[in-house]
Design a protein around this ligand. Sequence first.
Ligand code: C2E
Ligand code: MG
Ligand code: MG
Ligand code: MG
Length: 288
Amino acid sequence: AAKASGKRQWRRFQPQQRARVMERHDLQARLNRAIADEEFTLCYQPVVDITTGDVVGFEALARWPSLGNEPVPPGQFIPLAEETGHISALGTWVLHHATADIARLQHSARRTRPPYLSVNVSARQWRDTGFLNEVCRALDTAALCRGTLQLELTESVLMQRTEQIDTLIRELKDLGVRIAVDDFGTGYSSLRYLRDFPIDVLKIDKTFIDDIPQDPRQVALVEGIIHLADTLGLQVIAEGIETQEQWELLADIGCGYGQGYLFARPMTVEQSGAVLQQRGGVRPSPQV
Ligand code: C2E
Ligand code: MG
Ligand code: MG
Ligand code: MG
């Protein structure tokens, strides 16, 4: 009887599964074309100094407007591009376009401390042998000053520690590129990699920020991370700040930098230019 009902269940789920596979297939085909046709765009989310609201940098975030269809969120197309290997081509495109954009922004804003650019780099790209070369090419072409580029990686990259990753990170550091750990705390956090790798920045994942200040345990965790980072000489960026209360608490406990809808949503490069012209940085708008 169990076997029979198992069979029936299988039949019931099959069409649904098939639809999902077809959908993935369709999306994959569209992704192939989109990469060939360079259908992607970039938006930029400001990183602000928590105490002053000054914009210190921008994180490039890929967008797929996907003509004639609903825009596909990066949470969907990035993993797909990773699986199919297309992330290398997409990543190269992002690197070149973002460096060109930031060069123009730096030029027009003429700040004493030019804003930096942070680019997300997926695990697969970190294993690409041509990656370092692409970074050099992008920096040269855009003629960016040293220290403008920050590359974000996730904890998984550091956990699969290899000779190649080790060398790559050191070579990037020699170029003046800064390394940030994205979504810090959500992966296989190991204190060992903080000791072994020349990391510059920890980006505390939004899930840790969501429940502060109400949840004292979360507050303690975030405080602990900030303290650890201070001791190791690392910068901290809190991700996903949405409320005034979160912002005030983070400022109180000495978090250096932040990103979030409270300050600014991801925006076009034109809007980013306008934000840099504003005096007094990005003022958090009170939530209604
Ligand atoms: P991430 O690098 O952790 O980027 C932060 C994400 O949180 C972005 O989502 C951003 O729009 C969103 N966010 C920022 N502030 C807030 C906030 O206050 N509230 C909420 N609810 N969300 C906030 P997005 O743009 O959808 O990107 C999702 C992820 O896709 C990124 O997470 C990153 O892992 C990946 N991604 C995006 N662009 C690229 C890219 O060019 N290359 C690679 N490899 N990955 C990318
Ligand atoms: Mg990121
Ligand atoms: Mg993140
Ligand atoms: Mg993320």
